[in-house]
Design a protein around this ligand. Structure first.
Ligand code: OAK
Length: 839
């Protein structure tokens, strides 16, 4: 290839406007972009113009690394991890990219010199909310770690036009507002209109024997849709690696329009186009609650088919003719069962389209895929009614039948006559209405299966995948989740980052275990005072935000106790409410009570169709309303519900927490990752032995963790003996009083019906055992208050928590996946010494 640089031009560009990093160059490049991309003179530019000009300035620096990463991977035919996920909850890009480029301070200064404030520009960015919660955010942390560890990786997903809804609170209720995140454009993505793949739906199949005597199946679809790629570079921290996040948008196939147009059905053609594009229109806002909608299955198949076709394209691009080594080039992780249809799709592509014998195709398929489970909740386990599945994906249903038959034949050999086991293991659920069980498809089609925390991985083997574990125990492992310290500390908590780095250097950002070196400082009074003052400043900032956004004044000297996550009964936000009302009653009973001033802060979205979750939001706001306005409380207790909890808000909240509430029913929270973010930012945890809480407590030490509640075994015992929640309520005067108060209409202007569903459910059924854990929680909280009064002790515990959080870096988690499941090695990216334009 010849150079793109005209003869006579210098080829050593050390400080050009698109890649240079001096303050002067950054400033010039920024002004240049304002003029030539935004088309604005500074006098008339809006904040958004400035944000976009800066985003493009930063993007140029990413592209240099991104194109060189792609070229290196191509040249070296690098083994590549493909992370398939229906959700990537990235959060805003600009700040994160500045941190990872190591340019935050330089750009801050360049903006200052231009008369602008970087923080204000950062606030302009509308975050891409392409996920619901934990699973999507984990995918984003893993993309950051993959790039930071210099692992060749591609994230494949869906470019939803509308992400997770924006939440407003009106009269205490959640109201959903559509999230038009693309309204002002997205400077971080590069559309690839020429990279288009076709995806088929519906229709029928027929078979024939070809002239070489091979049995062939042809799928004649009812509809063809095309997927267009949108690429986003994901840069690692202070490395040259920038990996690819490739999201697919659905479009109508041109020829379909013409066909209908020619037959005179213009409106039919337009409708067809709209229907096609609907596939990637909106993210389903359900979190761990199945919604068996046809469009959802279409979304899943759509992005999996695009991803696999794209991998085959890339594989062939590097000169490989047949696909016999596909699994050597790619290893594919299935982020829960949403991409599980990939197993059948890869089989279809290999067998039907590339004429590979079934056995060989099956070997490759199983060596390609690995499956991560993220929930044990029965209502979240995906299953599709057979008729719906068959009408949308007729060929895949045949393939699944074939996979299932061969699989069950093997089981029969191992367990002759055990029909019950066959029924339990089958990919097809035959009890009543027949279903395809996606977890079974993922388990059969993968060489590795993992849970996301030690306890969860154990429970997985004992419950939902018990029979699979008995069959192939060697496939199972645990990979405890982690979070990226770049976004969740360096970007969001600059004060603490500075303090830590002053004492132990900056290595910890990439090697979080290094935080251990803070341990000796836990006894250092000077350090402790600085630690406290960083926390206090973070609390002041959050207090100011709360005042602006919610109109409630909270005291930064009070204990900030925070519960932010999706609203779900198993996460037990309402248990926290029961404790708040208990504290309130104590203050009402004894107005002179010397109680530590406390601020309870909640945040989280409820699935729009999940009535109980929405009622819990209303309950929190109703209780807040009464308590915040009761003069008897004298500001010792405040309750706040922060609307529209998202990644951006998380970045404000975690650094400001004193106490992290991790109070799910033992056995229900697969891992949790908010628990890690809080502890990393110096909050102490009040929590149950659930998910990763167990391991956090192990790491930080039992003496630095506030533990309460029944264990999984104790709860099992409780249910075995017949759990009778009313006995807990009747035998506990304060608990009964609290429940009665809610039921009496005290928090609902006398309306006794409003919160009845919550109260009655707790009395009569209490699936998540709030009443069984209530007293233990209340007692534990009193212990928290006692320790908080001893600020020296509290600070020491806080420092030790941070010092011992090394395990919970997503870098550690990704290293484990690389070693145990993916078998991939880092690839160093070296930037060319000459021009960035020279290929
Ligand atoms: C969402 C939809 C279906 C299945 C699982 C989820 C999900 O978000 N699960 C969450 O995954 C997180 C990442 O592994 C865990 O930390 C959470 O505990 C789990 O609830």
């Amino acid at each position: 290839m010849t150079s793109l640089i005209p003869p006579g031009c210098p080829t050593v560009l050390t400080e050009d406007d698109r890649t240079g990093t001096s303050i002067e160059t950054l400033r010039r490049a920024f002004m240049d972009n304002l003029f030539f991309i935004q088309g604005r003179f500074p006098e008339v530019a809006t904040k958004n113009d400035y944000y976009l000009a800066l985003a493009y300035t930063v993007r140029d620096r990413l592209l240099l690394r991104w194109l060189n990463s792609a070229k290196t991977y191509r040249d070296q035919e690098s083994r590549t991890v493909c992370y398939l996920s229906a959700e990537f909850l990235l959060g805003p890009h600009l700040g994160n990219n500045l941190i990872n480029l190591g340019l935050y301070e330089a750009v801050e200064e360049a903006m200052r010199q231009t008369g602008l404030n970087l923080k204000e520009l950062l606030d302009q960015e509308e975050e891409p909310g392409l996920g619901n919660g934990g699973l999507g955010r984990l995918a984003a942390c893993y993309m950051d770690s993959l790039a930071t560890l210099e692992i060749p990786a591609i994230g494949y997903g869906i470019r939803y036009e509308y992400g997770i809804f924006d939440q407003e609170i009106r009269d205490g209720w959640q109201v959903e507002i559509t999230d038009k995140w693309l309204r002002y454009g997205n400077p971080w993505e590069i559309p690839r209109p020429e990279l288009i793949l076709q995806v088929k739906f519906g229709g029928h199949t027929y078979s024939y024997t070809d002239d070489q005597g091979r049995y062939r199946v042809v799928w004649e679809p009812h509809q063809v849709i095309q997927g267009v790629a949108y690429d986003t570079p994901i840069l690692g921290y202070k490395v040259n690696t920038a990996n690819l996040l490739r999201l697919w948008r659905a479009e109508a196939v041109e020829s379909f329009d013409f066909q209908a147009f020619n037959t005179g059905d213009y409106y039919g053609a337009v409708n067809q186009k709209i229907a096609s594009e609907n596939i990637t229109k909106v993210l389903y806002p359900n979190d761990e609650q199945l919604q068996g909608k046809e469009l959802r299955l279409m979304q899943q198949y759509f992005f999996c088919s695009c991803a696999l076709q794209d991998m085959i394209r890339l594989y062939k691009q590097s000169g490989n003719k047949d696909l016999s080594r596909f699994h050597e080039k790619f290893t594919v992780q299935l982020n829960d069962t949403h991409p599980a249809i990939s197993v059948a799709e890869l089989m279809r592509l290999l067998v039907d389209e590339h004429l590979m014998p079934w056995e060989q195709a099956w070997d490759i398929t199983r060596q390609t895929f690995a499956y991560t489970n993220h929930t044990l909740l029965p209502e979240a386990l995906e299953k599709w009614p057979l008729d719906l599945f068959g009408s949308l994906l007729p060929r895949h249903l045949q393939i699944i039948y074939e996979i299932n038959q061969r699989f069950l034949d093997q089981v029969r050999l191992q367990y002759p006559g055990d029909n019950d086991r066959l029924r339990r293991l089958s990919i097809i659920d035959e009890s009543g209405c027949r279903y395809v069980r996606m977890a079974h498809l993922a388990a059969v089609g993968s060489h590795a299966i993992n849970g996301v925390a030690a306890l969860h991985s154990e429970l997985l083997k004992q419950t939902v995948l018990k029979d699979f574990y008995e069959l192939t125990p060697q496939k199972f492992s645990n990979k405890t989740n982690g979070v990226t310290p770049r976004r969740w500390m360096v970007l969001s908590n600059p004060g603490l980052t500075r303090l830590i780095t002053e004492r132990i250097g900056e290595d910890w950002v990439k090697h979080l275990d290094q935080l251990r070196r803070l341990e000796p400082l836990a006894e250092d009074r000077d350090f402790a005072a600085q630690w406290r003052s960083v926390k206090h400043e973070n609390k002041e900032r959050l207090a100011a935000y709360i005042r602006d956004r919610v109109g409630v004044t909270v005291d930064p000297h009070s204990l900030f106790s925070i519960l932010v996550k999706r609203i779900h009964e198993y996460k037990r936000q309402h248990l926290c409410v029961l404790n708040i009302i208990t504290l309130y009653q104590m203050l009402k009973d004894n107005p002179q009570l010397d109680m530590v001033p406390q601020t309870f802060i909640f945040g989280g979205k409820a699935a729009p169709g999940y009535y109980m979750a929405k009622l819990i939001i209303k309950l929190i706001n109703s209780v807040a309303d009464v308590i915040n306005h009761d003069p008897a409380v004298r500001d010792r207790l405040k309750v706040v519900f922060l609307p529209d909890y998202n990644v951006t808000l998380g970045q404000r909240v975690y650094p400001a927490a004193d106490l992290s509430q991790q109070i799910s029913t033992a056995g229900y929270e697969a891992s949790g990752t908010g628990n890690m973010k809080f502890a990393l930012n110096g909050a102490l945890t009040i929590g149950t032995l659930d998910g990763a809480n167990v391991e956090i407590r192990e790491e930080v030490g039992a003496e630095n963790f506030f533990l309460f509640g029944n264990t999984v075994e104790q709860l099992q015992e409780l249910w075995r003996n017949g759990y009778r929640p009313w006995e807990f309520a009747n035998s506990n005067p304060m608990l009964k009083r609290v429940l009665d108060l809610i039921g009496s209409g005290y928090f609902s202007h006398g309306d006794t019906a409003l919160f009845r569903p919550i109260v009655e459910h707790l009395w009569q059924n209490d699936r998540y055992c709030l009443l069984a854990d209530y007293q233990s929680y209340v007692d534990c909280h009193q212990q928290v208050l006692q320790v908080y009064q001893d600020q020296a002790q509290w600070t020491k515990m806080s420092i030790l928590n941070v010092a011992r959080m090394g395990k919970f870096s997503s870098d550690r988690a990704i290293r484990e996946y690389c070693q145990d499941i993916w078998h991939v090695e880092p690839v160093k990216i070296v930037l060319p010494a000459t021009s960035y334009m020279t290929p």
